[in-house]
Write a protein that binds this ligand. Structure first.
Ligand SMILES: Nc1ncnc2c1ncn2[C@@H]1O[C@H](COP(=O)(O)OP(=O)(O)OP(=O)(O)O)[C@@H](O)[C@H]1O
Ligand SMILES: [Mg+2]
Length: 315
């Protein structure tokens, strides 16, 4: 338990595999999350994020592979893990017909916590819920429900938070507040593994992993992830971008086109070929072409397209 790795790594798993029937949902997942780090987990719907989170904290048993969470074995010590981890499930799982305080009190009872009143008061205060303590949970907006869920999974002072799409459907202001809270917690030494579909949230993580079809395709800092794909991107602005998009499809060097409002990103691995093609097709008077940094979103789209192609080829 007192190995250096256990002290430094909140999550350390190797070769995790999980099947549901004949579906290979998690394939050879190896991942490390350092203590005090906010680690983002990205990937399309059904790629295995929730299943991976459940494997990593011992809620599900892998078919193969091993690992530890907070230094405890994920196969044999799930009880110890449970006591030290706060898990915010993807689906809001509190009682609509209880007040905020009653919901928190219920959770405190589940964890058999002493001094429940004090603990619940502290949680209400910290997350700015005190004034709403007597409101019925069912009447809360998405942002307040998500605060309640965070307060509930923090009650027992976990060392690691597993947050499964905690901000889905929450407005930008509430999401920003939520992320500020996550950064405060990380600064206090709490580790966070958070799944998300939002690019701005991905950029706020210390490290990221991208999975598709159960396979981890990239991991590291946002910069590492972008650099590793060695993509070149040109931004095209001006008239006729929809026609240009159609014309570029399947042309040499063009691997993807993504419209960002009034800008079209054209991306590929072979920079000279891509540039030559663009010069041939983007000839309209009003069109401006410039080379730009490939964004995290360009990279994720690229990874997903490639994974889809590989999956189709292998199926
Ligand atoms: N208990 C289960 N029994 C059978 N299949 C399951 C079970 N749980 C998940 N799956 C399947 O495993 C795959 C991965 O699901 P998972 O929920 O882990 O993906 P996800 O990345 O969390 O997706 P989302 O972004 O939609 O939350 C999906 O095809 C899903 O249908
Ligand atoms: Mg999920």
């Amino acid at each position: 338990m007192s190995t250096t790795a256990a002290r430094e790594l909140a999550i350390d798993v190797h070769g995790l595999n999980k099947h549901f029937g004949d579906k290979h949902v998690v394939a050879d997942l190896s991942m490390q999350v350092r203590r005090g780090e906010i680690f983002g987990f990205l990937g399309p719907n059904g790629s295995g994020k929730t299943t991976s989170i459940r494997l990593m904290c011992g809620l599900l048993t892998p078919d193969a592979g091993s690992g530890s969470c907070l230094g405890y074995d994920i196969r044999r010590e799930s009880e110890q893990i449970k006591r030290r981890v706060g898990y915010m499930t993807q689906k809001f799982s509190y009682w609509d017909d209880l007040t905020i305080r009653e919901n928190l009190d219920f959770v405190a009872r589940l964890y058999e916590m002493p001094e429940r009143r004090r603990v619940v008061d502290g949680a209400l205060e910290r997350l700015g819920l005190a004034a709403r303590a007597h409101q019925l949970t069912g009447a809360l907006s998405g942002g307040w429900k998500q605060r309640l869920a965070l307060a509930a999974c923090m009650l027992h002072k976990p060392e690691l938070l597993l947050l499964d799409e905690p901000t889905a459907g929450v407005d930008p202001t509430a999401r920003r507040d939520f992320w500020e809270e996550l950064h405060r917690l990380a600064a206090e030494g709490i580790s966070v593994l958070v799944s998300t579909h939002y690019m701005d949230e991905a950029e706020r993580c210390h490290k990221l992993a991208y999975i598709a079809y159960g396979k981890l395709l990239a991991q590291g800092t946002a910069e590492d992830v972008v650099r590793a794909q060695q993509l070149t991107t040109f931004a095209v602005r001006g008239e006729g971008l929809a026609e240009l998009t159609t014309a570029l499809r399947g042309q040499p060097g063009v691997e993807q086109t993504v419209a960002f409002g009034a800008v079209l990103h054209v991306t590929g691995r072979d920079a000279p070929l891509l540039e030559a093609t663009l010069k041939r097709f983007a000839t309209g008077d009003g069109l401006r072409i410039e080379r730009v940094d490939t964004s995290l979103e360009d990279v994720f789209i690229h990874l997903m397209n490639r994974a889809t192609d590989n999956y189709a080829a292998g199926a």
